[in-house]
Design a protein around this ligand. Structure first.
Ligand SMILES: *[C@@H]1O[C@H](CO)[C@@H](O)[C@H](O)[C@H]1NC(C)=O
Ligand SMILES: *[C@@H]1O[C@H](CO)[C@@H](O)[C@H](O)[C@H]1NC(C)=O
Ligand SMILES: *[C@@H]1O[C@H](CO)[C@@H](O)[C@H](O)[C@H]1NC(C)=O
Ligand SMILES: *[C@@H]1O[C@H](CO)[C@@H](O)[C@H](O)[C@H]1NC(C)=O
Ligand SMILES: *[C@@H]1O[C@H](CO)[C@@H](O)[C@H](O)[C@H]1NC(C)=O
Ligand SMILES: *[C@@H]1O[C@H](CO)[C@@H](O)[C@H](O)[C@H]1NC(C)=O
Ligand SMILES: *[C@@H]1O[C@H](CO)[C@@H](O)[C@H](O)[C@H]1NC(C)=O
Ligand SMILES: *[C@@H]1O[C@H](CO)[C@@H](O)[C@H](O)[C@H]1NC(C)=O
Ligand SMILES: *[C@@H]1O[C@H](CO)[C@@H](O)[C@H](O)[C@H]1NC(C)=O
Ligand SMILES: [Fe+2]
Length: 616
């Protein structure tokens, strides 16, 4: 079947070639995203949970496998003696030529009231060496200077104060204006200033006059990765698929699952910053080899111990001490960061960049304000307006929390966000949306307002990286063996309810709370019999809002699988891509989800002037 699909594509490719000079006809022939392949309508159902109708958390929180590497394991250990560790690349920057390399030296200081060293006068270096080429027979050797920062997690809460954390040195060096499609080996400064290590990565292509085609372009996509044994399987499988760039949709270290006093003492809602250090060690083999495009998730917020001083609406935090997203911001500055903004929260939340010169990626932080009038809203609208589909035909969006999925946990948690953004994604013809948060895999068909629509984005949920919280295994449409109802019907607003309408509050966290003022286009169903209770999305087995309550897998859900894994997207041309999902338990030889996406230009929203058209 797959071969059949590819054969069809080969014909399509010929057809496109032949039609290239008659673009109007081409537009009439094609619609936007078509899916070709065996897996387009496959439905996979999880094994039933033992007690699912009553305590749905049991199904995913208590897996004996859901354990991070114990502190001291070689996989997460590093030397604090001064050699670089936790090397990671961020990029590409919007110019398509610049990357950021970051790493650590030394170890943290953990005590009451540590004081920060003044690192502002310290300079650090990274040296890159291009392989010899025809134009530079001895290779190109460039050295870049950068800066060192630290951050301080100063706990004011007396229960944590003794465990305040001063980070190791965090080195950031901007590798400006590298040559596209070039393999570089690189070295970075140790604490003593000498270059150390032997890393390598390949820059992404950048189409230009005379440059070879940027296709095929391989993009890895993963989320909610954590630091368990399952995480390292995801890492190794991703590595063996050799992506040119990796999109990571947020939730990295899960350091906030620990008590400040010990990186082995679980405490959901706490935070132990040493778990960020181990995270950077565990993921170095991938992150030092392929540039990563991160966004923050809820586990990057880390309010524990400092919550009382946080306001997400007044921007009253100050770098480098005690602000939300602090560890994330210090360790993973976004592409586009300059020497002046490295480590600054204002620069660390959302960004747009271009992959291989052909795919625009617009990255939201859905844990800060995104409503009309907010800075993020104004910024994103401008980014959408700037996209030139002739130059960059592919348009992707990423943010952490999944909009379209059918798992019980976090079901419908993005109604508020979507009430603002879904129409905008549609209007600008977004091809694919990448999400995580839901610890499982799901891919939709192109969908708009819960209806299949070939001109709408395809939504991919890959919160299946393998983190400590384990898998989500229950679907909203599962029929409970005890209540004979679906999840949607079986829970009430007063219980621990997947049927409670959660939403990400602009300016707040992912939780039920007062309804944000600007979600007015979402119609909420009042909770049955609970005066003033939280709204619920589904009552009494009816379907008050299309798609809210399901008794079978909705037809916009193409494939779902409650397993760990990662996705690979191969852009093959301006119009075709192969998308695959690899399940950890199956390996990388066979993809469990494997489809070809054909961008179809008959959709007004995705219509692009072809290169031929623009010159006529
Ligand atoms: C840090 O050192 C630089 C010069 O090395 C100095 O200009 C700056 O004022 C110092 N900052 C603090 C907070 O002491
Ligand atoms: C590149 O240049 C740096 C700085 O001059 C030097 O230390 C390093 O050894 C050189 N690397 C190679 C591979 O020549
Ligand atoms: C913090 O350390 C001080 C001094 O060692 C000690 O007296 C105090 O009990 C500790 N507090 C906690 C909560 O561990
Ligand atoms: C660096 O690693 C590469 C393989 O990745 C190897 O070919 C090369 O010899 C190493 N260079 C040094 C200086 O160790
Ligand atoms: C997670 O890792 C454990 C330990 O290696 C393994 O037994 C288990 O099957 C993995 N689970 C998944 C869903 O990949
Ligand atoms: C879009 O990009 C194409 C190709 O580079 C260029 O010719 C065209 O002028 C651009 N359109 C706009 C509106 O900038
Ligand atoms: C809601 O949106 C309006 C503009 O449409 C804006 O003026 C207002 O500040 C927003 N209110 C909130 C609470 O976000
Ligand atoms: C569902 O609604 C019907 C009709 O309104 C009503 O008769 C029935 O009692 C309701 N069932 C539940 C479980 O609320
Ligand atoms: C999908 O399901 C919806 C709602 O049940 C229905 O209206 C629609 O016709 C279905 N679409 C397809 C393509 O089957
Ligand atoms: Fe999350």
């Amino acid at each position: 079947m797959q071969l059949h699909g590819i054969a069809i594509l080969a014909l399509l490719a010929l057809f496109h070639q032949a039609q290239a000079y008659r673009p109007q006809e081409l537009l009439a022939q094609r619609a936007l995203i078509a899916e070709i392949g065996d897996a387009t309508n496959q439905h996979i159902t999880a094994k039933p949970c033992p007690s699912k109708a009553t305590v749905f958390n049991d199904c995913f929180l208590t897996s004996s496998n859901a354990k991070d590497y114990p502190w001291g394991s070689p996989e997460i250990s590093y030397s604090a003696a001064g050699d670089p560790w936790g090397v990671h690349l961020t990029g590409p920057y919007p110019d398509g030529r610049t990357y950021l390399v970051s790493w650590f030296t030394g170890g943290p200081t953990i005590k009451r009231n540590p004081t920060q060293p003044n690192t502002s006068a310290l300079v650090t270096y990274a040296s890159v060496q291009a392989a010899p080429s025809a134009s530079a027979p001895s290779g190109e050797n460039q050295t870049f200077a950068g800066s060192i920062i630290t951050y301080l997690r100063l706990y004011t809460d007396t229960a944590y104060a003794n465990y305040s954390y001063l980070s190791p040195y965090i080195h950031h060096v901007i590798l400006a204006n590298l040559t596209p499609s070039t393999t570089y080996t690189y070295q970075v400064s140790a604490r003593d200033g000498n270059l150390a290590g032997n890393y390598s990565f390949t820059t992404l292509p950048l189409p230009a006059d005379g440059a070879p085609s940027p296709y095929p372009l391989r993009i890895g996509i993963m989320g909610d990765v954590g630091q368990t044994r399952n995480s390292s399987v995801t890492r190794d499988h991703m590595l063996s698929n050799n992506p040119q760039v990796v999109i990571h949709v947020g939730d990295s270290s899960y350091a906030d699952n620990y008590h400040a006093s010990s990186p082995d003492l679980n405490k959901p809602g706490g935070t132990n910053q040493q778990r960020w250090d181990s995270f950077n060690v565990l993921w170095e083999p991938l992150f030092s080899r392929a540039p990563v495009l991160n966004i923050p998730g809820n586990h990057e917020v880390e309010s524990s111990g400092i919550k009382s001083s946080i306001s997400l609406t007044t921007a009253s935090w100050s770098f480098p001490t005690n602000f939300p997203f602090q560890s994330y911001a210090a360790r993973f500055p976004p592409p586009g960061s300059t020497a002046a903004t490295l480590g600054s929260i204002t620069a660390s939340m959302y960004y747009s960049t271009v992959l291989g010169g052909v795919a625009t990626l617009i990255s939201f932080n859905n844990y800060i304000a995104y409503h009309r009038g907010s800075p993020q809203y104004e910024w994103a609208i401008k980014e959408f307006q700037k996209v030139n589909r002739t130059k960059t035909p592919w348009l992707f969006v990423q943010y952490h929390t999944s909009s379209y999925h059918t798992y019980t946990n976090h079901y419908k948690s993005m109604e508020c966000f979507m009430s603002i953004w879904e129409d905008i994604f549609y209007r600008y013809g977004v091809d694919l949306v990448f999400n995580g948060h839901v610890h499982a895999y799901e891919r939709t068909h192109p969908v708009y307002k819960y209806r299949r629509d070939d001109c709408a984005p395809t939504y991919v949920t890959v919160g299946d990286g393998g983190n400590i919280e384990g898998l989500y295994r229950n679907f909203v449409d599962d029929i409970s063996s005890t209540t004979k109802k679906t999840y949607c019907e079986g829970f009430t607003a007063s219980g621990k309810s997947p049927a409670t309408l959660y939403y990400t509050n602009p300016g707040g966290w992912d939780s039920a709370g007062p309804r944000p003022a600007n979600c007015s286009t979402v119609t909420f169903q009042p909770a049955s019999g609970v005066a003033g209770g939280p709204p619920v999305m589904c009552l009494n087995g009816t379907d008050p809002l299309l798609g809210f309550c399901q008794s079978s897998q909705p037809n916009w859900s193409a494939l779902r699988d409650p397993s760990f894994g990662h996705a690979i997207l191969d852009l093959q041309s301006d119009t075709t891509a192969r998308f695959r999902w690899f399940k950890n338990l199956v390996g990388t030889k066979v993809a469990v989800d494997d489809i070809v996406l054909e961008r179809q230009a008959s959709c007004q929203n995705r219509r692009r002037r072809s290169r031929h058209l623009s010159s006529s």
